[in-house]
Design a protein around this ligand. Structure first.
Ligand code: GLU
Length: 375
């Protein structure tokens, strides 16, 4: 086994396995073979002490097949209806397949909003933790039925990466219809070679990903790379491999050089900072002066009112806000201790003036460094 594979697999206990639509469903509907293979492998690994969360796409593809609607472009409401019809068949197929191994499964449907709100995020986390403790395999999908554009994850690669942060997993395995990252899109150039190891997702690596999405899902290689980048920032590796390879998990864990491994770098975000960076949506903007930008970037400091020049948008205390420099370039994301109204009163103020301006003794920092992620 190569050194980097050994490193990636050593100490893995909790993992998220994401399966794409084109893997679980084909033209003939749900692929029983794939679902049965997954159930067998996940059950076996679970019995060996691994904790596994499955993120499975396929509801829409499955619904289309079930309702016998030929492929075409669908409206959002139609896709939601297909997902509603397909999700029940999808979960039923998993139920049946896992029950053969006496493994229990649970269905978790999430929207972006569920993870944006810290309270709901923590609720989802607690539920998942209990399921894992009870040795139940959670099967997660986007709650497509209610997820309109603004609250959509967009694709399950992003959802899977967020679930890695949510359950603090040690590894993400992304099972896709493509078996690795290739130098070029192999659908366009069959002579392109696979890349077994990526140490850093550079612009050159990004250029290797074709722009075309997969056959059934919404993802495509670009979104696999984005998921890899996200989990890598948490210090978590990702392995991209083919979901149609029999015994793929076995092969990965025995150290076979299947797929592409994306290794994390040295910088590691905490789960909380990861949530700030990827789970929340900024509700407003703070324009910082040069001194404040330097203090955040180079000094690892908290943001004080003295460094804030302008406040854009309306938000409450605790909201996620984007910090930009005076030219509008993004600097950081963070959770603010003050509402937009309060901030407008204390713009540029020194810490000792906060109480006088607000009429109460507020926090010294607008954003504490523990609640701040540099971009
Ligand atoms: N949630 C969608 C489904 O189950 C799939 C999203 C994706 O393709 O990534 O059909």
């Amino acid at each position: 086994m190569s050194e980097s594979r050994r490193e990636v697999l050593a100490g893995v206990r909790r993992l998220v396995v994401k399966v794409g639509s084109a893997v679980v469903a084909d033209e003939g509907g749900l692929s029983r073979e794939v679902i049965e293979g997954l159930a067998a492998e996940v059950s076996r690994f679970q019995r060996q002490g691994y904790e596994i969360v499955l993120v499975s796409s396929g509801a829409i593809a499955c619904g289309r097949r079930k309702l016998e609607i030929p492929s075409r472009s669908f409206t959002l409401a139609e896709k939601q209806a297909l997902a509603a019809a397909g999700q029940s068949s999808l979960i039923q197929a998993y139920e049946e397949a896992f029950s053969r191994y006496e493994t229990h499964v649970a269905q978790i449907l999430l929207t972006r909003e569920d993870l944006e709100d810290r309270r709901r995020y923590l609720n989802a986390r607690n539920t998942l933790r209990v399921l894992l403790r009870w040795r139940v395999v959670p099967i997660v999908n986007e709650n497509d039925t209610v997820a309109v554009e603004e609250i959509q994850f967009g694709d399950n690669d992003l959802l899977a990466a967020l679930v890695v942060g949510l359950v603090e997993a040690d590894l993400l395995i992304c099972l896709s219809e493509v078996d690795a990252l290739y130098e070029r899109d192999p659908r366009e150039d069959p002579s392109a070679r696979p890349i077994p190891l990526v140490r850093e997702i550079t612009p050159e690596i990004e250029a290797m990903a074709g722009r075309r999405p997969g056959r059934f899902g919404r993802g495509g290689m670009i979104s696999k790379l984005r998921a890899a980048k996200m989990v890598n920032s948490l210090g978590v590796p990702m392995i991209l491999a083919s979901g149609r390879t029999p015994l793929v998990l076995e092969r990965i864990f025995s150290g076979e050089e299947v797929g592409t491994v994306f290794l994390p770098g040295k910088r590691r975000l905490s789960a909380r900072k990861f949530w700030i960076a990827h789970g929340t949506k900024p509700e407003g903007r703070l324009v910082l002066d040069e001194g404040a930008v330097r203090a955040l970037r180079e000094g690892g400091k908290s943001l004080l009112p003295a460094g804030v020049r302008a406040v854009e948008g309306e938000f409450e205390r605790g909201a996620c806000v984007e910090c930009v420099d005076e030219a509008g370039h993004p600097v950081a994301l963070g959770l603010t201790n003050y509402s937009s109204g309060e901030l407008r009163c204390i713009l540029g103020a020194r810490s000792c003036e906060i109480e006088e301006k607000l009429g109460f003794r507020g926090r010294e920092e607008v954003i504490h460094r523990d609640d701040l992620v540099l971009l």
